[in-house]
Design a protein around this ligand. Structure first.
Ligand SMILES: Nc1ncnc2c1ncn2[C@@H]1O[C@H](COP(=O)(O)OP(=O)(O)OP(=O)(O)O)[C@@H](O)[C@H]1O
Ligand SMILES: [Mg+2]
Length: 359
């Protein structure tokens, strides 16, 4: 008999499919908590549907399974308040996207995330946004990192956004990209001491209160990590798919896996893993030198069963471009890094960035 742990219970629960879907209920993200006390097990569910029949079916299946597998335990199945219920959408009753109202005018949303800070998310977000625009798309870029916004600096924007008649913020435009960042609004020296819920509210509001107009894709630069802010953001935003950025170091790869798990738990597809700062070209021969080891990103992608999107080399011009506000894709079309970003943009389109709309 295996030890009765939370993980063990989760593995049992993963045998149950969510009604009408191929995913199991654990992947679906409806198990919010499992508590084990002596012979009592409490399983907390958080549904994002209001469909009573679906809920009853899931609860019954859990009870039946627990009775069969752990007959000597008393199992309680509880239901918390729905977390993803938001008004004004016409989602189907048992739709996992129920709380993620599409943003009017925006065809698809690409989230750029990482489990660890400083791996190059903002670098990737800005350059990928420009690369996508070079593919002919209308692109927006949202910096949702409220504590450490950097899109303003990386894109070289020093203006403040205006507010239109409807009290919506007008995005600032450069390199054909419409952008919004807390960095446009905050003074550089203002410490951001907001607590979690306020940050979540601010970002949520931020997303809704920007007059984006018509966009093919909105790229969202997420704050680093997999904490409450990220979770809530992903939960509330109609993300078409995510790109998880990593560096080749093991610590970063472990966090990338965690990042992927967060999206999976929230039923948000991951387009793939992107490895940044993979290698630098040998000054004499031009041969790539993999100082942190080769193949970590592809291996992680393989293990997780998601595509590996590509490698971005270490290039001083990237860091310089970030500091001076001219991203490398805009500045140097012939660099290896630019080619890599453009390939990745094409790969995302090939993977249906625009067709997967809202799913
Ligand atoms: N491929 C690269 N070659 C050289 N420098 C790079 C590369 N990618 C990123 N950098 C530099 O590394 C630093 C961190 O990158 P960036 O700010 O994009 O990371 P981040 O993941 O957004 O960080 P944070 O977690 O703080 O938001 C920046 O100074 C950036 O210019
Ligand atoms: Mg950043």
């Amino acid at each position: 008999m295996p030890q009765i742990t939370e993980d063990y219970i989760r593995s049992l629960l993963s045998r149950i499919s969510y009604p009408g879907f191929n995913h199991d209920i654990v992947t679906f993200g409806i198990i919010s908590n499992i508590n084990i006390q002596d012979s009592r097990i409490t399983i907390d569910l958080k549904f994002n549907t209001k469909n009573a029949e679906t809920k009853a079916t899931v609860k019954q299946e859990i009870q039946d399974l627990m009775k069969a597998e752990l007959p000597e335990r008393r199992v309680m199945v509880m239901e918390g308040i729905p977390t993803m219920a938001m008004p004004g959408q016409n989602a189907k009753p048992n739709d996992p996207w129920a709380g993620r109202a599409p943003i009017p005018g925006i065809k698809s949303v690409l989230a750029v995330a990482s489990g660890k800070g400083g791996v190059g998310k903002s670098t990737v977000s800005t350059n990928l946004a420009i690369a996508l625009s070079q593919e002919g798309l209308k692109v927006g870029l949202m910096d949702s990192d409220i504590y450490g916004p950097s899109v303003d600096i990386m894109m070289g924007i020093h203006d403040k956004p205006m507010v239109n008649q409807d009290q919506k913020l007008l995005p600032l435009e450069k390199y054909d990209i419409k952008m919004m960042s807390m960095g446009f609004i905050l003074d550089k020296d203002t410490p951001v001491v907001w607590r979690g819920p306020m940050v979540i509210k601010a970002v949520d509001q931020f997303l809704k209160d920007v007059a984006w107009g018509e966009l093919d894709v909105l790229v969202i630069d997420l704050p680093p990590g997999t904490g409450d802010v990220q979770l809530s953001l992903v939960q509330k935003t109609p993300i078409t798919g995510a790109v998880v950025v990593t560096t080749p170091q093991e610590v970063s790869l472990v966090d990338a896996r965690r990042g992927y798990q967060m999206f999976k738990k929230l039923n948000t597809p991951t387009f793939g893993i992107l490895e940044n700062m993979s290698f630098y070209p040998n000054a004499a021969t031009g041969e790539p030198v993999y100082i942190f080891g080769k193949g970590g990103g592809p291996k992680a992608a393989f293990e997780l069963g998601v595509p590996f999107l590509g490698e971005i080399p270490i290039d001083p011009e990237i860091a310089e471009g970030g500091d001076t506000g001219v991203p490398i894709v805009a500045k140097n079309p012939d660099s290896e890094a630019t080619k890599a970003f453009r390939e990745i943009a094409k790969e995302l389109l090939a993977q249906g960035l625009l067709e997967r709309v809202g799913r």
